[in-house]
Design a protein around this ligand. Sequence first.
Ligand code: ISC
Length: 450
Amino acid sequence: MESPPRDGQVSAEPTGSNLVSRACKLPDCDPRAFLAGRDAPRTYWTSPYGPEFAGGGTAARVTADGSDRFDAVREAAEELFDGHDFDGPDQARPRLFGGFSFHDDHRPAPPWLGFGAAEFVLPRTQLTRANGETWLTVSARDATPEAVEHELTEVSEALTSTDESATDSRRDGPPGVVATNSTTTREEWAEQVAAAVSRIEAGELRKVVLAQALAVELADEVSVPDALARLGESYPDCFRFCFEPTTEAAFFGATPERLATLRGRTVETDALAGSVGRGDTPEEDAELEASIENSEKMAHEHELVVETIREQLSPIAGAVRVADRRVRKLATIQHLWTPVEADLTDDGHVLSIVEALHPTPAVGGLPPEKALQTIRETETFDRGWYAAPVGWFDAEGDGTFAVGLRSAVTGDRSATLFAGNGIVADSDPDEEYEEVQLKYRPILDELEDD
Ligand SMILES: C=C(O[C@H]1C=CC=C(C(=O)O)[C@@H]1O)C(=O)O
């Protein structure tokens, strides 16, 4: 395993700016089959609103460490895209895909081998599905334009050949769960919540999001491309992602929470906090919905997130528009949700917005420093990339990041799932415990045999 870069050090491999990219249109190609036909490094990203991407191989890699990792990645990417030779339509432009760890002093260790504090890959081959079209983009820094065009032809022929498209029909089911082991028993959780509530009552904290991890032993390896395809059927309204920097581990999930989209000068983000399960009947479901809409505790927990996002955006945005609060219903859970939009006063980069917003009080707490300290002192596992920004950005600094929730890191025959909950003054440990278990469901359902 390579050693992690020192604080603030950036590596973009290879250095120099000679990036060449070419794109061609394909007949429709299933991203699942594209991924299944490739080894790590692999990337997958889709938003409920927009393009779907699958990536294989590495044309360039950008990594950084330490508290200036957001700026460091942005600067390395600017150098990478400087003089970029790209021939293709806007929607097929190459992007950098990746993410950040939750804590800025993260060091990769099992189960997070290969996941640094900031890791981005510009795929050698990028499949883009957008506006009813499918595009293939090939990028390289070590090849002439003619060589890149030649590679593009070869890859597109392989993808459209009968052999590769035949893998379409070969889907693996869930691997099956042999055993599960939680980091936190119900009793330990009750103690952790009680300690957090004491800090809140003492006026040190207003809210903290505490999480748990669930180590799962599997009967077989997970086929991540198949799990992502099944998650798309169950959670079509979520951002689905997979980052697999090496064959050691893949981080994947289906998260409902957008952290930031920047398009031109328009920023979109979500306040998402406050949760309850789904009912078995429409009546029970409506009752549960009403219970979160009318709960003062949930309203308080949610409003802290809205207020903080507004404060975090106001130094860089002229106008911040906060929509009406509503309930977001997913297959196994419902959340209080407030979409937020803002207009930047100057040209910006999505990574600057991500840095300003991470961690929102939907995954950290308030005040941020005290909440982070409480999380470090309380949690007995490494959050790694859980609850951290994952997504993509382009040469212009536009892009989309989501919060890496409803997720797992998997390797060999094991997976580690993560889930957390916002703790406020009147939190009940048992209710909070049940909510955490609900948040494991999206991934656990994809691992368990029927
Ligand atoms: C921290 C998680 O969810 C966040 C997002 C939505 C609702 C949340 C809540 O109700 O506490 C959490 O803030 C998680 O899924 O692990």
